[in-house]
Design a protein around this ligand. Structure first.
Ligand SMILES: Cc1cc2nc3c(=O)[nH]c(=O)nc-3n(C[C@H](O)[C@H](O)[C@H](O)COP(=O)(O)OP(=O)(O)OC[C@H]3O[C@@H](n4cnc5c(N)ncnc54)[C@H](O)[C@@H]3O)c2cc1C
Ligand code: SF4
Length: 327
């Protein structure tokens, strides 16, 4: 039994003051990832600051930008009327994650901060550079069926497990971050990191910072969209490969495209070069196939995940085809 202190506050400033004073303190929201990590000995915070009662649960459309509080639950966000109408791609991505029970308590901020599901990361008897820098990577040359094919390094080939984040990466979201020094905003696609030589860092949130919200500009991607998640079971399983696809169409011509993938990299994998390729082209299967080839340019597999080299392009073609076919 490892002792820890538990504190709860209803004031953002107090939460920021508490976290900045104590390097061994951490925030707890829904607890659906953090508590598992504590039980398995992967992490051992000395102080938990419960942020569930902070006033960060609003979902509001202001001047054509959707503002989402970081403590909104995953199910609350998916069921919100504005999200359903204007950001249905995000709704689908959220509904693909975890189970209904988990989505009821999992929060937006916690979902972004959830750690990889790499088995070696959770097993404290195994080497893992992410859990213990310098100890090696058990997955390279080991069991790596779920692992990355893009943006890997010699230190780590883990993937970010979130579905919601793939939708947010595709929709040009911004992350709102507060600290004792004030507020800053960064592009969602710059929030998560590639592993490089520092795989212990999942993202660019600094110590003492709190995610307070997400902002998404209104777009024209609420008609032709699809979130395709390929997984071992039809629910309650993480993605082998997922694709968030959205097309803005004028008849058959692609005016604009958005494409991001999950289950393939250490961060949600936005495919901006492929989006540029599709822009102005006809929405045909031949063009979707060419786009999928372009997407796979830098892919590299590690043995047990070789199948993703086929699954990923096929998933892109399927997601774009379904997106196009929506009335
Ligand atoms: C069995 C199972 C299956 C799952 N399947 C899926 C799936 O298919 N797809 C998917 O996307 N997810 C899946 N999940 C993951 C789930 O979505 C996450 O565990 C959840 O979103 C985390 O949110 P939380 O609020 O519970 O975070 P917590 O566990 O409370 O916190 C996680 C981390 O985030 C930090 N944190 C939380 N909020 C903030 C904030 N506002 N600012 C800064 N730091 C913060 C905490 O300090 C902690 O380090 C699954 C989980 C389980 C247990
Ligand atoms: S892939 Fe990353 S998380 Fe998994 S064992 Fe290697 S270093 Fe650890």
């Amino acid at each position: 039994m490892i002792n820890f202190q538990y504190l709860r506050t209803t004031i953002v400033k107090t939460a920021l003051g508490l976290i900045s004073k104590d390097p061994k303190a951490t925030f707890i929201a829904g607890g659906t990832n953090l508590v598992d990590l504590m039980k398995r000995g992967v992490t051992a915070p000395e102080k938990l600051i419960d942020i569930n009662h902070l006033p960060l649960k609003k979902i509001e459309l202001i001047n054509n930008v959707l503002h989402i509080g970081a403590l909104t639950s995953n199910s609350g966000l998916a069921e919100n009327a504005i999200v359903k109408e204007k950001f249905p791609l995000l709704m689908l991505a959220l509904q693909s994650g975890a189970s209904a029970q988990l989505r009821n308590v999992a929060t937006v901020g916690g979902n972004m901060m959830q750690r990889t599901r790499c088995g070696y990361f959770y097993d404290t008897t195994m080497p893992c550079n992410k859990r213990q820098p310098g100890s090696g990577c058990g997955a390279i040359g080991g069991y790596n069926r779920m692992h990355a094919i893009f943006g890997t390094s010699e230190s780590c080939i883990a993937v970010h497990p979130s579905d919601m984040c793939v939708g947010l990466a595709a929709l040009d979201a911004k992350v709102v971050i507060a600290s004792a020094k004030g507020e800053r905003k960064i592009n969602f696609t710059d929030f998560h990191r590639l592993p490089g030589t520092t795989p212990e860092k999942d993202n660019n949130l600094q110590k003492g910072e709190l995610i307070t919200g997400i902002e998404i500009p209104v777009n024209n991607f609420n008609k032709n969209f699809h979130y395709l998640k390929v997984r071992d079971r039809s629910s309650y399983a993480f993605a082998l490969v997922s694709v968030a696809a959205a097309l803005e169409l004028n008849q058959d011509i692609i005016v604009n495209a958005r494409l991001a993938m999950g289950g393939v990299a250490h961060k949600p994998w936005r495919l901006t070069a492929v989006e540029a390729f599709l822009k102005g082209k006809q929405a045909t299967v031949a063009n979707f196939e060419a786009a999928s080839k372009l997407a796979m340019g830098d892919a590299k597999s590690f043995g047990e995940n070789d199948f993703k080299l086929k699954l990923a392009p096929n998933s892109i073609i399927e997601a774009l085809t379904v997106a196009k076919s929506k009335a």
